[in-house]
Design a protein. Structure first.
Length: 380
């Protein structure tokens, strides 16, 4: 599945390239750019994997794993932004670093205002400027807040015995989430809350993946099911222009899971999951390259240079932050229960679709979500 997530992260980079290079909005499908559809895939896969983690872990252990997977790399990214990217931008714009630490938005304010995943500031010391998309060092990080809210939703409902025993509760929750989004124009005047509208847009994808997880004891991966799921997803998307993507959530999840089971993947990618780091570092790398005019050399060069630079930072994030933290969490758990038998998931049918805690990972979701008049690329 690492290959699929990395491919989705690459789609996000590709989609952002047009905005950050000042080259328009790029290819769209049913009013959404390719990065937005990649987000749908991220959330659907995340719903499947994270629900599997919740079903096989107690609440405390589940939350420890979720925080360990998403938060340290996020903090490291904030630090790299104020220690590397923003100083380079400030030096390029002003010819000196004098005043960098005291110019609004100050580096420390950037870190502390964004400390709890909800992005409130995107610029650092009036950088980046002199680029097509000024004032935002990382317009992708906003989505991690909504990702974690989905973690909390599944933490709450996943602790109920009925939810663990039967797919009916998650099917109902998924149906309600689609209905809420379909009726969002009627709900928004009552709430007037952009955060709610974004959460309403993303939750159906996450719960769609969760529903597939709840059915995994009875439903296995098969080529006919995979192709059928992808066809059903396309049918939903084209039949219902506004909320068809949300309705397709379970089909997107199953289709991507099937593709991941047949797609060849290099051994390095199977071992090293750099997709999260690729996602969180792509935007600042692209902004830095735009600051130095690389985008003026053509989109192909800009995109390839962005991907190469991002892959380096993503690899460092995995090797120096993400993997060590996850290993430390696992060692802590093993030390806490040295004589305990391994937890076993409920029995599954032969060939059933499974993803226990050993496969859990974060799907780094996020991109511009522009449907219903909501523009969130570099949202400030």
């Amino acid at each position: 599945m690492n290959m699929i997530r990395l491919g989705l992260a690459a789609m996000v980079l590709f989609a952002h390239s047009f905005y950050l290079a000042g080259a328009g909005e790029g290819p769209h499908l049913r009013g959404e750019n390719l990065g937005g559809w990649a987000v749908a895939g991220f959330f659907a896969l995340s719903g499947f994997l994270i629900t599997g983690s919740r079903f096989t872990n107690g609440l405390g252990e589940y939350l420890v794993h979720r925080v360990a997977r998403i938060y340290p790399a996020f903090l490291a990214c904030l630090a790299v932004t104020v220690l590397v990217f923003a100083p380079l931008g400030f030096l390029h714009q002003n010819g000196t670093l004098a005043g960098y630490w005291t110019t609004e938005t100050t580096p420390l304010r950037f870190v502390f205002s964004n400390l709890f995943l909800e992005m409130k500031n995107y610029d650092v010391a009036f950088t980046p400027a002199n680029v097509p998309f000024a004032g935002s060092w990382n317009g992708s990080l906003w989505s991690l807040y909504y990702e974690f809210l989905c973690y909390l939703i599944i933490a709450a409902i996943g602790g109920l015995a009925w939810v663990r025993r039967s797919p009916v509760p998650l099917a109902l929750a998924f149906g309600v989430s689609v209905a809420v989004y379909a009726n969002l124009p009627s709900i928004m005047p009552l709430l007037q809350d952009t955060d709610f509208s974004l959460l309403a847009k993303l939750v159906p994808f996450f719960l769609g993946g969760a529903l597939v997880q709840s059915l995994s004891k009875w439903v296995g991966l098969h080529w006919a099911g995979g192709l059928g799921a992808l066809a059903a997803a396309a049918l939903c998307i084209f039949a219902f222009p506004v909320w068809g993507g949300q309705l397709a959530g379970p089909f997107i999840a199953y289709g991507l899971l099937w593709v991941s089971s047949v797609l060849p993947s290099p051994k390095l990618i199977r071992i090293h999951d750099v997709s999260y780091g690729f996602y969180i570092y792509a935007w600042p790398v692209q902004q830095l390259l735009a600051l130095y005019g690389v985008h003026n050399r053509g989109m192909t060069i800009y995109i390839l240079a962005s991907a190469a630079g991002t892959l380096v930072l993503a690899t460092l994030s995995w090797l120096l932050v993400e993997r060590p933290v996850m290993r430390a969490v696992r060692r802590r758990r093993m030390a806490a229960v040295p004589t305990a038998a391994p937890a076993t998931a409920p029995s599954a049918a032969p060939g059933a679709l499974t993803a226990g805690s050993a496969k859990e990972s974060l799907s780094p979701p996020a991109d511009s979500l522009t449907e219903a008049g909501i523009t969130t690329v570099g949202r400030r």
